[in-house]
Ligand binder design. Structure first.
Ligand code: GDP
Ligand code: MG
Length: 184
């Protein structure tokens, strides 16, 4: 096994990842579950942009993901271009128990492509998979849309933690892989 000393090892990767999708789909809770393993049953959106930097291990390398949360801006259809600027990854979230939030995905994709690089690594996230009895969007529908748009796809639950880490890791690992291919 290779051992890297000092400077070599601290070679820094910092990836900006944005969370987007309709209000109340669970963006803030996906982030709090991922970053702090916390869930808020009655979270209220606050105004203003926030981000959280999370260290991740990708193929034995330390990578930092700077994950941005809209913190309520989306309620007013007012996610600013500054929010998207420099993003290399995106989690495009809908709520599997509210079809309307799935119908909005096209609009969010347009917005993402308007404000950021076409190559931003994106995963379509069907959140609230724990709400089995209230499901309005099938897994197949999610998968089909993701395939048509060239996106990764996953269903998650911020409530029971299912697939939350995998969702973030999928995006960060792909960015890392693209980057290392370019470097080599
Ligand atoms: P945001 O507006 O997209 O940031 O959504 P929030 O994270 O504020 O969540 C909106 C509401 O959905 C809150 O009451 C959360 O507790 C709830 N919620 C978020 N994720 C889940 C989930 O995976 N399952 C269930 N059942 N509720 C969730
Ligand atoms: Mg929020």
């Amino acid at each position: 096994m290779a051992f890297y000393s000092g400077d070599e090892q601290t070679e820094d990767y910092l990836f900006k990842i944005v969370l987007i999708g309709d209000s109340a789909v669970g963006k803030s809770n996906l982030l709090s579950r991922f970053a702090r393993d916390e869930f808020y049953p009655n979270s209220k959106s606050t105004i203003g942009v926030e981000f959280q930097t999370q260290k991740m291990d990708i193929n034995g390398k330390e990578v930092k993901a700077q994950i941005w949360d809209t913190a309520g801006q989306e309620r007013f259809r007012a996610v600013t271009s500054a929010y998207y600027r420099g993003a290399v990854g995106a989690l495009l979230v809908y709520d599997i128990s509210r079809r309307q939030t799935f119908d909005s995905i096209g609009r969010w994709l347009n917005e993402l492509h308007t404000h950021s690089d076409m190559n931003v690594v994106t995963i379509l996230v069907g959140n609230k998979s724990d709400l089995k009895d209230a499901r309005e969007v099938t897994t197949t529908e999610g998968k089909t849309l993701a395939e048509a748009q060239g996106l990764f796809f996953i269903e998650t639950s911020a409530l029971d933690s299912s697939n939350v880490v995998v969702a973030f890791q999928t995006v960060v690992r792909e960015i890392y892989n693209i980057l290392s291919r370019k470097v080599i």
